[in-house]
Design a binder for this molecule. Structure first.
Ligand code: HEM
Length: 414
């Protein structure tokens, strides 16, 4: 019997991704026509090979007008302003060139030391309490601080911006339209203020780089700047937080894997992070729109149809991953698609995200070795990003590192 298929309802994601639905779809209807209460419907693509194919073929499957399932009712793109994630090559390539140098593996490595400092500060803030919410007090702090640093903003503002993305990513019906519009406006206003401030007093940060850049042969105006600004804040925040929260939850639920990882943290952590990415798949989907009539998985797709790639399903595709439903910190190979399937929009922040995740997991696992949940997780009410929204934990309290004598502090660093 097929399970009830509903990939839009927040309830389907109330306990994580709807893996039972995905499993059935991969086996029986891998390119599934999914109805949409307020729209024309969309194709739900659930097999790994098809997800890769769609993501790598922007000529057939366009990122314009949007990568969300619902068509935007208003706002950019207006033909003269585009958000990078919602535009195809060659314009996309011009946008991406502006940012690329700041997101290379080398650039991410150069930030490692600062990111490790932030990880220490985050764990310091909870260490003496002996309990906290692992998602809001620890996992969420890291990406909001890092994005603030990157953009040249006060760390506290990173927190506020990241709270706004929460509202923007919430499932339809879980926030009032007014709340969503007001979050968008606040983000825009804030971004405009940053652009002006950086024009007046430039720094070494990404915001300054952007206000000094050109696109389409002219300097970026406030709208261009804001579209980059919002994308960066939006893309790097709850994704990374969800991975850390969901990854720790996976370790809590798989004691053998946790013990194995702790037995050789330096050797196994990089691979364990890849497995967490596969397992959690923090970005549930990206949408494309067919530009021509085509076929996929035996279905006829018509020009204009919405085609939605489900990364969490592709990452459990049993034809690619052996024992796909097993969490295995030593899994090799592990060619997951949590950052996308390798097309032009492949996650710009993938290297940076890995450094953030490594630093915070290392700090938590080494400094809070007996950390354990004190209750069940609460999950995000979103069909777009997946992860726990709250995860209460306890651990043996200890003094913050800043208060410890040299050499006394547990070593989390490599
Ligand atoms: C665990 C953390 C993260 C996950 C799972 C993730 C996942 C993704 C996915 C699935 C895409 C779309 C790929 C595609 O369409 O082919 C994407 C795009 C993007 N990500 Fe990430 N991301 C993460 C962290 C970050 C971070 C830390 C940043 C930057 C601060 C970032 C910036 C971006 C940007 C700018 C794009 C759009 C790229 C483009 O349109 O060319 N992401 N990410």
């Amino acid at each position: 019997m097929p399970p009830g298929i509903d990939l839009l309802a927040a309830t389907s994601f109330a306990n994580g991704q709807p893996h039972e639905q995905f499993r059935w779809l991969r086996a029986h209807d891998p390119v599934h026509w999914h109805p949409e209460p307020d729209g024309p419907g969309f194709w739900a693509v659930t097999r790994y090979a098809d997800v890769k194919l769609v993501g790598r073929d922007p000529a057939t499957y366009s990122s314009s007008p949007t990568i969300m399932i619902a068509d935007a009712t208003a706002g950019p793109p207006d033909g003269d302003h585009d958000m990078m994630i919602m535009v195809d090559p060659p314009v996309h390539t011009q946008h991406r060139k502006l940012l690329n140098a700041r997101f290379t593996p080398r650039a991410a490595r150069a930030l490692r030391h600062r990111i490790e400092e932030l990880a220490t500060r985050i764990v310091d803030a909870v260490a003496e309490r002996g309990e906290c919410d692992l998602v809001t007090d620890v996992a969420g702090e890291m990406p909001s601080f890092v994005i603030a640093d990157l953009l040249g903003l006060p760390l506290d503002d990173g927190r506020r911006l990241y709270a706004l993305t929460e509202t923007l990513h919430a499932a339809p019906g879980t926030r009032t339209p007014e709340a969503v519009i007001s979050a968008m406006q606040e983000m825009f206003e804030y971004g405009r203020g940053v652009a002006n401030a950086k024009r007046r007093s430039p720094g070494e940060d990404l915001s300054t780089l952007l206000v000094r850049s050109e696109i389409r042969g002219r300097p970026l105006d406030d709208t261009d700047f804001n579209l980059f600004f919002i994308l960066l804040v939006d893309a790097g925040g709850d994704t990374t937080r969800n991975l850390v929260g969901g990854g720790m939850l996976a370790l809590f639920e798989h004691h053998d894997q946790r013990a194995r990882l702790l037995g050789d943290l330096d050797g196994l952590l990089p691979g364990a992070i890849e497995e967490m990415l596969r397992w959690v798949s923090p970005v549930v989907f990206m949408r494309r729109t067919a530009t021509v009539d085509t076929s996929l998985g035996g279905q006829n797709i018509r020009a204009g149809d919405k085609v939605v790639m489900y990364y969490g399903s592709a990452n459990r595709d049993e034809s690619v991953f052996s024992e796909a439903d097993r969490f295995d910190v030593t899994r090799r190979p592990n060619d997951h698609v949590a950052f996308g399937g390798g097309g032009p929009h492949f996650c710009l922040g993938a290297h940076l995200a890995r450094v953030e995740i490594d630093a915070i997991l290392r700090e938590v696992l080494v400094r809070l070795p007996d950390i354990e949940p004190t209750g069940p997780p609460e999950w995000l009410a979103s069909n777009f990003v997946s992860g726990p929204s709250h995860l209460p934990v306890r651990f043996t309290p200890h003094r913050a590192r800043a208060g410890e004598a040299d050499g006394e502090a547990p070593r989390a660093r490599r």
